[in-house]
Design a protein around this ligand. Sequence first.
Ligand code: ARG
Length: 475
Amino acid sequence: MPEKPWDGRFSEKTDRTVESFTSSIAFDKRLYLYDIEGSIAHCRMLAEQSIITEEDASQIVDGLHKIARDIERGKFELDESFEDIHMNIEARLAAEIGKVAQKLHTARSRNDQVVLDVRMYLRDEVTHVLTKLTALCQALVDLGESNVDVIMPGYTHLQPAQPVLFAHHLMAYYEMFKRDMARFKGTLERINVMPLGSAALAGTTHPIDVEYTAKLLEFPEVTANSLDAVSSRDFIMEVLAAASISMVHMSRLSEDLILWSSAEFGFVEISDAFATGSSIMPQKKNPDVPELVRGKAGRVFGNLIALLTMMKGLPLSYNRDMQEDKEPMFDTVDTLKGCLDVYAKLLSQLKVNGTAMHQAASKGFLNATDMADYLVTKGMAFRDAHHCVGEIVRHAMDKDKELQELSLNDLKKFSQAFEEDVFDILTVEQMINRRVSGGGTAKENVTRAIKEAHETLKLEKAEDGSDKRKKKQRS
Ligand code: ARG
């Protein structure tokens, strides 16, 4: 075996600095199992098509299985001089079974090989992300359900606006994460396409059967254009974009939790197991976990931008720049999974201070809209009602009272339309329960949403379980 698989036309050895500069083994070693699985399928196809003999193929397959076992047991030292995981495994195969190893790379290039490995890696990881998103959704729904009567102020511009159910607020995040799940599922369709056979860029002269390879590797489709297959990374971009959006959602949830757990709000308490202290101020309990999640959103966005920027100026087809796709991808997957895990747990242990929330929702004129709506039901135009209640609010502020604390006589000075029944609709409970419009915060809506969410999540889990059973059968 020559020192490098490609050194036939070279008369000088690779400079050491170039060797380490171009090497990707430090990070692409994570792809080893996919690389081996892909090689086994490719090899079986070569034999099936009589491109190599059955005997050669079975030696190669046995050798590859042994390498997988050796790597798992830590008996295989990866060698930086072999650039990447593909060359490391190929070199090791040669060491194990001799010259016949060199037949494996027939009708294949590292350009289609690497893209196969990444597709296999991502389809597994996206499935894991979906499992974790389901768990996070479940934690949100459960927290909402066990606090379904808790009323809090809803905000716009971070100013108290109208009361909402705490569960309604949580279910808003559930909706976001549910869309994230749909987005990730969508990426699977584009990831799950088998690129082998594209070879370096133009296809191959050998009589290969890519459908057969695809079947062995459980890909429902094969790539339609060899140049596209080795050139494109939009299936990774999509995952990084979906991950970025999920991080936006988690980061906003973090911001809510950080505010709510502050002394000024006091709406929730993060359990001791998910908070940290200060090294100097003994009284402190800090929301470091949500803060870190919020902070990590930045690196996930950065990874997406890194990938987009790396790709944007590249001529077709493969360019070595594209080796730079892996670290942002791995980092995004790891970061996202870590955040999802910690969040599902943190939420399941969150302590909710319903009394503080209710108190905050009961002051500050959060019932002003309801009072204006009341006047509308008595025949006043909404804009006039808005103006009238605005004046009442100013009056109440001067008297240091809430709207419900004014007397009917006081109110009648502003409009004769007021009757005793106005006080019925000014309570926080009424404000919640009268908002029955689609997607509104009425308890009947929120309980229905929670019930539907339980059903949706049950289906997600059943789907996930059957995927896992299938995978187990395969391995
Ligand atoms: N390590 C390379 C990558 O990740 C593998 C493909 C190398 N292909 C090549 N023509 N040098 O992109």
